[in-house]
Write a protein that binds this ligand. Sequence first.
Ligand SMILES: Cc1cc2nc3c(=O)[nH]c(=O)nc-3n(C[C@H](O)[C@H](O)[C@H](O)COP(=O)(O)OP(=O)(O)OC[C@H]3O[C@@H](n4cnc5c(N)ncnc54)[C@H](O)[C@@H]3O)c2cc1C
Length: 403
Amino acid sequence: MVIIGGGLTGATAAETLRKEGYAGPVTIVADEPEIPYQRPPLSKGFLSGKEGEDALLPLAATWYGENNVTVLTSTAATAVDPAAHTVTLANGETLPYAKLLIATGASPRVIPFKGVELDGVHYFRSKADSVAMKELLSAGGHNLVMIGSGWIGMEIAATARELGNNVALLGLEDVPLSIAIGKQLGGVFAARHEEAGVKFVLPSSAAEIQGTDGKVSSVLTTTGEVLPADLVVVAVGVVPNIGLAKDAGLTINNGIEVTGSLATSDPDIFAAGDVANSLHPVTNAYARSEHWANAIASGKVAAKSMLGQDAVLDDIPYFYTDQFDLGMEYSGFGALTKDADVVVRGDLAAREFIAFWVLEGRVVAGMNVNIWDVQDAIKDLISSGRTVDTAKLADPKTPLEAI
Ligand SMILES: Cc1cc2nc3c(=O)[nH]c(=O)nc-3n(C[C@H](O)[C@H](O)[C@H](O)COP(=O)(O)OP(=O)(O)OC[C@H]3O[C@@H](n4cnc5c(N)ncnc54)[C@H](O)[C@@H]3O)c2cc1C
């Protein structure tokens, strides 16, 4: 069993292979110098210094040796030959496989802003990126311009501000996060940021990143503002790492197209995590999730499928974020929320509420902010597909289980 990609998906798949009793050889090919780590703390607790290295490890460093799993760190896979059942490595060696999992994740989207090559301009995906940024931000007093108003841009903005830096944030939305959760709810996060002193310049982008002596000094926005900057972080989404799969002739469709069991167009090759676009049995539509819970769930399903078991990725998508004192969890089918009505239970102004997206009388997604232990009930509302009384849904006195 060969796994390309030493992220959370790859680690979970290796662990599942062993848990399911597979005793043969397992190799993880990982191009980063680290053993597998998870990324959510990189823009939150690890960046702020509240969490250490341990928070990054889904499996203890000793687990791999104890379970006879080989991790080839700092080793990129450069080609997959489906006919020969081999993976070529950057050092020229080839690895044979019986079943292969491609879990190569995603990379930051690169936009050729003028001045993007200046010293002080950063992308943000890896542990190395977070370590470098922590060193820069922890002393405070920097002028950071964030480009990108999505989850990662907002998280880095919050952490940087908490560390005492000046933060301005640009993005293409009128309200941050509105593509994901709409303007009303994005506004709750925006208000918390503004209260903490984050300056939003929305909607806008960078017309030019300006510098002196090769180092960034300011950002000229497309709205004509000049924002002082000695640091710029570009966080404008990610693109799936499909190169190997494409070259191997696998079907590509917004990532590597896979069945509900995560099989690619080659029966011995599977794909999971951020790189995989899988057919979801509930929506009967393809969805590519770029979230932590999907890395775990799909890593498990892929491993079981590699072992010939009947496994399907049918989880309700889930993710979370932490920004200042706002903790949030979300479950549901984002693609179905576009035409849905939003029903709020609780107090938006107090930032303690659950928001439900209701489409044709049924809950298709739910998000709890600073209210806890309600995810099971939210997922049950979604998965049961039962019609709901929206007045009861909005009433905190009616238990969710009774709706
Ligand atoms: C800063 C940050 C914060 C996040 N916060 C949250 C959050 O709060 N909540 C949430 O739900 N999700 C969050 N996410 C998303 C979550 O981390 C991803 O969904 C998850 O990392 C996907 O795991 P993966 O293993 O599929 O991919 P990755 O984590 O990208 O791992 C893939 C690995 O494969 C390697 N690789 C690629 N090509 C090759 C090759 N040819 N050979 C060898 N190795 C290769 C890559 O270098 C990488 O190490 C966050 C992501 C980031 C970057």
